[in-house]
Each structure stands twice: as C-alpha cells, then as structure tokens.
Design a protein around this ligand. Sequence first.
Ligand code: BDR
Ligand code: CA
Length: 309
Amino acid sequence: MTDIQKIILDTDPGIDDAMAVFQAIGDPKIDLVGITTIFGNVTVDIATRNAFRLCNMVGWEIPVARGAEQPLEWQGFSPSSHVHGDQGFGDIPPIPVSGTVIKMPADVYLVDICAKNPGEITICAVGPLTNLALALRRDPVIAKNVKRVVVMAGAFRAEGNITKFAEANTYNDPHAAAAVFAADWEVIMVGLDVTDQILCTEKDFAEIARIAPNKGGFIQDMSHFYLEFYRSVEKLDGCSLHDPAAVIACAYPEWFTMVDAKIGVVLQGEEWGNTIESKTASGTPTRVCTGVLSDIVKRHFINTFRIFD
Ligand code: BDR
Ligand code: CA
C-alpha cells in the first residue's frame, strides 16, 4: 500500500492516545481528516478538551466531533485515572484550549464523512467502540461507504489487561464492540496480541524528547505517569505502544501478521468483554493481528517525531 490513507481517529486521550494523535498528524502516509472523541480513559468532555490541546500544539484546525458519554448498555463504567491520570495526560495539569466542536455528534459525522467520500475513509478507533456502533445503528450504509475500520481493541490469544480476559476498550463497551465485529465491513483488530509486543521505555521517550523538544517533550512528560503504572502494576520496564500501533497499521499493514477470524464478544460473567473466535458470529471475518515487526513499528513511531519541533 503506497497511497496516503485518509483517516478519522476516534479517540479518548489518554496518554497513548496523545501519541496516536501525533502519529496520525506526523506520518507521511496519513492524512488525518478529523477526530471524534469518546469516553474511556477520561470523560468525553476531558477527551475532547485534550484532543483540542494536541491540535493547538501543532497549529492544526481539523474537525473535532464530540462522541458518546457512556457505553451503549452498561451502567458501571468509570474512567481509567489510575493509568492515564485524572485529566488524561498523567501529571500534566490542564490548560485552556481553543477550538469548537463541530455541530454534528461523532456518530453523525462518521456517517456523513464516509457518505461524502465513499471508499476513501479509514476509521481508526482507539477507544471504546460506542461511536462506531451508534454510526452503524444510525445508518448501516456506513459499512459500504467506509474504506476499512482499524481498531485498537481486544485480545485474541493474549491475556486481557483490565481483567485476565478483556482488553480495556472492549471491556468498557462490549455491546458496541460486538456490533462492530458483527457488521459487514473490513475490520483490522490491533489488539493486545501485538500492542503488548511493542514496549516503549524511558530511553525511547528521552529520544523522542531529544528529537522534538516541544511535542516529543510533552509526550515524555506524560509518559512518566504511564511508565509508573506499568512498573508498579504490570511489573514491566516499559509501556505497550497500544494506540499508535493501530494508527501505524492503517498505513503499513505489511508490518503486521493477520489471521481471518469471526470475532464474538462475551457479554456476561467473568469473561465480560473478552474477544473470542466464534464460528457462528455474523459479519465479515475480522483480520486479527497476531504478529508484528515490533522493532520496525517502534522505530517508525520514534522517527515520526522528526517532523515536529
Ligand atoms: C487501550 O485502553 C486504553 O487505556 C488505551 O488508551 C488503549 O486504547 C489499551 O487497552
Ligand atoms: Ca485509547
């Protein structure tokens, strides 16, 4: 794939989401067309404010659409402040941001932009999949109009990260995830099987900060909180490169090994949110990432900061 990919990033910034936004902005093979926000690591209001902060930092005025406040059905959701901090960017305090969300909510915007650009838009979703499920409900034709959907979601053969079974984005809205996997569109699942294989260390963030003192330094500042979570809870000397990996998979799928599988999502009991192979699930088989050229992906992520100051 050599052409430039037009992407809408659906995101809950969030520390690795901030890395994903900079990846999408800086990658020479990606044209970031818009951002849709979602609850998840933080509330949707904080996620929206944080998305604007990142856009302000690079001087970009791209459409930002505010998305869902809560899961489709589940009432028990709470933000992951222990992983991303109360305000989403670790210990970095919030500042006033400029920018106004577009009038359309995220699901309407997704339907609209795909209808206006049939076959051209990749939706890259790196938070709970609620906006995508709402878009499918609103107008199932989006499945025909979108180019493909790439999600940072799920754990196929790997263990979960929020429970033994479930990855955080599928755990936080399993009903939405089930709807997304059951639809007739091409989905690439960039789950923990691959993102946990790409570990970014303190040294890597120091290099990013050296390359780009402003944007890279900002990422390094928030990485301290994230690395501390990985050190104390996961007993790891580095953090997984979750959301940037999904963005990179949009433009460089050849760096990932994929198997086709129909994916179902467990909606009850201790396996709540688990993504499992299901022969009877409906929809187009999902292209599940099971392997990754992790050194190449990490090096590409770091090098992307060369375009920033
Ligand atoms: C996913 O959950 C969130 O905490 C991260 O931003 C990422 O999207 C990893 O499981
Ligand atoms: Ca995320």
